[in-house]
Unconditional design. Structure first.
Length: 205
């Protein structure tokens, strides 16, 4: 190898070494680590913050099976018819109603009239009942509601869903001085000393 060629090779090696020494290896920058903090969750706090449901018990509606008064028109027609037949003035009002056979309750319209016995002299409670029955067109007599006593009589009638109770009764006037130890039949009374009360109760379901 010639001296010239050897010199060129040495120079080349020297240049490469210098170049290698001149290049500095820069390390890759550190990648920051992203840390997500997990909040502490308190189960107790979560549960206690929930609203507590409120349960309200609704009042049940009135039973549809309870007795109710007849319509105003029907009650007024009954008041007019019976009043004209007996020639008495009946008061009309709403009052509690109880079915004497089934025990069912509710309310109904009630007609009431009072009279001294001179108006019904020689007429029994049964005869007064018969007179009232003649005004109850379309109603059917119900023997289950029949009741008789020394001072009166009760009868019952039905028409569709309507129920009617008629009570005719009398009591001795205070001035008659009937003995409480004797049956009422033992007390001798003048017609005017018998005080009559006639009651009609009408209700429907």
């Amino acid at each position: 190898m010639s001296k010239y060629l050897r010199r060129v090779l040495l120079c080349s090696v020297a240049v490469l070494a210098a170049a290698c020494n001149a290049v500095a290896v820069t390390p890759a920058p550190a990648v920051p680590r992203l840390t997500i903090a997990t909040p502490e969750v308190s189960l107790q706090a979560t549960v206690s913050s929930r609203p507590v449901p409120q349960f309200v018990t609704a009042t049940p509606p009135a039973s549809s099976d309870a007795y109710q008064p007849l319509s105003d028109a029907d009650c007024q027609a009954l008041q007019k018819n019976v009043g004209q037949t007996l020639k008495l003035s009946f008061t009309l009002s709403e009052a509690p109603f109880t079915d004497a056979v089934t025990g069912e309750t509710g309310s109904g319209c009630m007609l009431t009239a009072q009279s001294s016995g001179d108006k019904f002299a020689g007429v029994s409670a049964s005869e007064i009942q018969d007179t009232i029955k003649a005004t109850l067109t379309g109603s059917t007599y119900s023997p289950d509601y029949q009741a008789n006593g020394a001072v009166g009589e009760s009868r019952g009638y039905v028409r569709d869903r309507a129920h009617l109770v008629v009570i005719v009764e009398w009591l001795p006037a205070p001035e008659a001085n009937c003995s409480p130890d004797q049956p009422i039949s033992a007390c001798v009374l003048r017609p005017e000393q018998k005080l009559y009360t006639i009651t009609l109760q009408a209700a429907q379901k």
